[in-house]
Design a protein around this ligand. Structure first.
Ligand SMILES: Cc1ncc(COP(=O)(O)O)c(C=O)c1O
Length: 407
């Protein structure tokens, strides 16, 4: 068997990750959710453990996955149309629910069109690979998400430039230097950077793109992956565009699997872009769409976000984030301040990160330690994610557990 030789090599690679403390390790298995009660948010039950946990590591910033309107929409969609789409969309897999969701997303983001994908990862990889020609320069922030990094590895541009995190002066000179050397330039950035909760000033980036537009025959295009921003950030959940007061960026990519509480990803932009992606994007053409249930649930989630109830949830989320952040500061701990519900606790040491994650876990808090290579060396941290279903009492409980950690 060929694996007799390969398997030990694979096992050795995993072992060396364990040795250096950078393995992700075994995954906690969630086996139940206790609903919110008595001033406390939901609690999670894990396999093999006889206690419940506050979850401080969910991307579900609005707690939308369990919203009754969203769950009902998913159940109805599935009951009426079945559990799977049956084919890719151009074969026979497009349902009314897919088109309705695309229209809902286009409307929410004030764009002419939107196209859904099975995930934001697929949306990013497909969009970038379809847009990058052999005569394209791509410029990418050094802390962009893995989906952008891999998309750029797969593409064959004329040149790739990685600029220092949020260093727009460096980006400006890279664009200057490249004037007329290629036909097309694409700037690609995360909106919110998920490891740190900081964000790109996409308003400035749009100005930069426009200032250099005529330096390239086919212009400069700004692509923003705002997976952690859409639904979660800004008074109405329009994400980084809203927080930075930007107009519409050229191409916006979002996920339905975080603040919107469901699953899937999307691209919003011009009608021409949407038509092009339906013809060219590999993961649109050759991979199944999300299910009818998911599409119906996601459309319901967007409608909830875009309502008075959604704005109340966003205001509560902002208040809980501020409470947690100022609590960390009061404890003399280092964070990266900002309004996004990703609140990093900077530890800057791999072993100490693991010990504190364990202390939190032993005391009923789920939080994620991030080590190299997920974050740069020296930036080891515990990433806390505040959710709208957290309460004052939950936040204070977590802070109390941090306070009890011996120095
Ligand atoms: C910036 C960014 N893009 C894309 C994704 C992937 O989203 P999805 O799960 O929808 O593929 C993530 C998830 O962590 C992300 O942080």
């Amino acid at each position: 068997m060929p694996n007799e030789r390969l398997d030990p090599i694979l096992a050795g690679e995993v072992e060396s990750l364990r040795q250096t403390g950078t393995a992700k390790g075994s995954e906690a298995v969630i086996v139940g959710i206790e609903p919110a009660r008595d001033g406390k948010g939901p609690r999670y039950r894990l396999e093999g453990r006889d206690r419940s946990y506050i979850r401080m590591n969910s991307n579900g910033y609005l707690g939308m996955a369990g919203h009754p309107v969203v769950v009902e929409a998913e159940e109805t969609g599935t009951r009426e149309f079945g559990a799977g789409p049956g084919a890719v969309r151009f074969i026979s897999g497009t349902y009314r629910a897919h088109l309705d969701l695309e229209a809902r997303l286009a409307d929410f983001h004030a764009r002419p069109a939107a196209v859904i994908f099975s995930s934001a990862y697929a949306a990013v990889v497909s969009t970038l690979n379809s847009l990058i020609t052999p005569d394209t320069l791509v410029l990418s922030d050094e802390l962009n998400h893995n989906c952008i990094i891999n998309a750029l590895r797969m593409a064959r541009p004329a040149a790739r430039e990685v600029y220092a995190h949020l260093d727009f002066e460096a980006l400006d000179s890279l664009l200057d230097d490249a004037t007329d050397t290629v036909q097309r330039a694409i700037i690609v950035t995360d909106g919110v950077f998920s490891m740190r909760g900081d964000y790109a000033d996409v308003s400035t980036l749009m100005d930069l793109a426009r200032a250099h537009d005529t330096d390239f025959e086919e212009g400069v295009v700004l692509v923003v992956d705002d997976s952690h921003g859409v639904g979660a950030f800004g008074e109405t959940g329009r994400g980084t565009e809203e927080i930075t007061g930007a107009g519409a960026v050229d191409i916006l990519i979002g996920t339905l699997g975080k603040a919107f509480g469901v699953n899937g990803g999307y691209v919003a932009g011009s009608q021409e872009l949407a038509d092009f992606l339906r013809e060219k994007a590999p993961m649109y053409i050759y991979s199944n769409p999300i299910t009818v249930g998911e599409a119906a649930a996601a459309a319901a989630a967007v409608s909830v976000v875009d309502s008075a109830e959604g704005r109340m949830m966003l205001a509560h989320l902002a208040a809980m984030t501020a409470r947690f952040e100022s609590g960390l500061v009061d404890l003399g701990l280092e964070t990266i301040p900002g309004p996004h519900p990703v609140v990093p606790l900077m530890i800057r040491d791999t072993d100490r990160t693991a010990t504190l994650v364990r202390h939190l876990y032993d005391n009923g808090v789920l939080a994620t330690g991030l080590n190299y290579p997920v974050v740069p060396k020296g930036d080891e941290e515990i990433r806390f994610q505040v959710n709208a279903d957290h309460t004052d009492s939950d936040i204070d409980e977590v802070l109390g557990i941090l306070r009890s950690f011996p120095d």
